[in-house]
Ligand binder design. Structure first.
Ligand code: URA
Length: 269
C-alpha cells in the first residue's frame, strides 16, 4: 500500500540528495539549453536552471507588479558600501527592509568570534537557537562546530587562535528552509563587505549555500576539501556541521578538511 511522504521526510530526502551532489534538475522532457535565451556558458559542475514556463491559460504577472529584485540588490550594495566599520555594517543590515525574512525573525544574527581572525567561517542562515540568541552557530550544529575547531586548537573565544563566524543570511528562514537565490543575491553585498572588513586570510564555506553565494556553484560532496578562490582569498568548502550530525560517517572527510585547514593556516597566502 502506498503511503504519502510527509513534508519533513521529503525535505530530508531532498537535502540528502543535494548533499550527495545530485543538484541538477531532472525533467520529463530534455531541455535544449542552446535554445534558452540568455544562457551563459557554465562549468560542467554548476547546477543548471531552467526558466519555468507558465501554462498558457495561467494569469501572467503585470509588468511592474512586483519590485524587481535588482533594486533590492542595488540598495544592499549602496548600504553596504556606505558602512564604515562592522558596527555600521550591522546597523545597515538592521535597517535593510527589502528581505521578507526580517519580518519573521526575532533577531538579526550578525557574527561571533573575533573580527580580524585569520579564518572566517560562513554558514547558511540562523536556525531556531541562533534566532533566539542573536548569535551564529549556537545550536547543536554550532556546538559540533566548536568541537571541530577545538580539535585543531581554534575557537571563537580563543584570542591566541581565533575564528570569526557569520552566515550568508542574517535572518532565520521559516522552518529553516534553504535560502533561495533572491535572498542570497540580496544579502551578498553585505556578506562581501563583511568579509572585506573582517579581513581574514582564509574563508571556510560550510555547506552548499555559502558555496553557491561566493563561488557561484554548489555540490558540496564534490567541492569539499578542494581549495578555491573568492574575493581574492583562499576558500575551503566543507560539509556543514548539521549534515555531519545527520551523517556521522562523513566526519572522516570533515576531519581531513580540518587538517587541510590547519596546514594552510601555517602559510595562508
Ligand atoms: N546553521 C547555519 O548555517 N548557521 C547557523 O548559524 C546555525 C546553523
Amino acid at each position: 500500500m502506498e503511503s504519502a511522504l510527509d513534508y519533513w521526510t521529503a525535505k530530508a530526502l531532498l537535502d540528502w540528495q543535494i548533499e550527495m551532489g545530485a543538484d541538477e534538475a531532472i525533467q520529463d522532457k530534455t531541455v535544449n539549453r542552446y535554445e534558452l535565451a540568455g544562457t551563459a556558458p557554465r562549468s560542467a559542475d554548476a547546477p543548471q536552471e531552467v526558466t519555468p514556463q507558465p501554462p498558457t491559460d495561467a494569469p501572467r504577472a503585470e509588468p511592474g507588479s512586483a519590485p524587481p529584485p535588482v533594486d533590492a540588490i542595488a540598495a544592499a550594495r549602496e548600504a553596504a558600501r556606505a558602512a564604515q566599520d562592522l558596527a555600521g555594517l550591522r546597523a545597515a543590515m538592521a535597517d535593510f527592509d527589502h528581505c521578507d525574512l526580517k519580518a519573521g525573525a526575532r533577531n538579526l544574527v550578525f557574527a561571533d568570534g573575533i573580527a580580524g581572525a585569520p579564518v572566517m567561517i560562513l554558514g547558511e542562515a540562523p536556525g531556531r537557537d541562533e534566532d533566539r540568541e542573536g548569535l551564529p552557530f549556537v545550536g547543536r550544529a554550532g556546538q559540533l562546530l566548536d568541537r571541530m575547531l577545538a580539535a585543531i586548537d581554534r575557537g571563537r573565544d580563543r584570542t591566541e587562535a581565533p575564528v570569526y563566524i557569520t552566515n550568508i543570511l542574517p535572518w532565520r528562514p521559516p522552518q529553516n528552509r534553504t535560502p533561495d537565490k533572491t535572498e542570497i543575491a540580496m544579502m551578498l553585498p553585505f556578506v562581501e563587505r563583511h568579509i572585506q572588513m573582517a579581513a581574514p586570510k582564509i574563508l571556510v564555506l560550510m555547506g552548499n549555500t555559502p558555496c553557491q553565494a561566493l563561488l557561484g556553484r554548489s555540490g558540496i560532496t564534490r567541492m569539499r576539501g578542494h581549495w578555491a578562490r573568492a574575493l581574492d582569498l583562499p576558500v575551503l568548502p566543507m560539509f556543514h556541521p548539521a549534515y555531519l550530525l545527520r551523517t556521522p560517517a562523513a566526519k572522516r572527510e570533515a576531519w581531513a578538511d580540518l587538517l587541510t585547514l590547519r596546514a594552510r593556516l601555517k602559510d595562508p597566502t
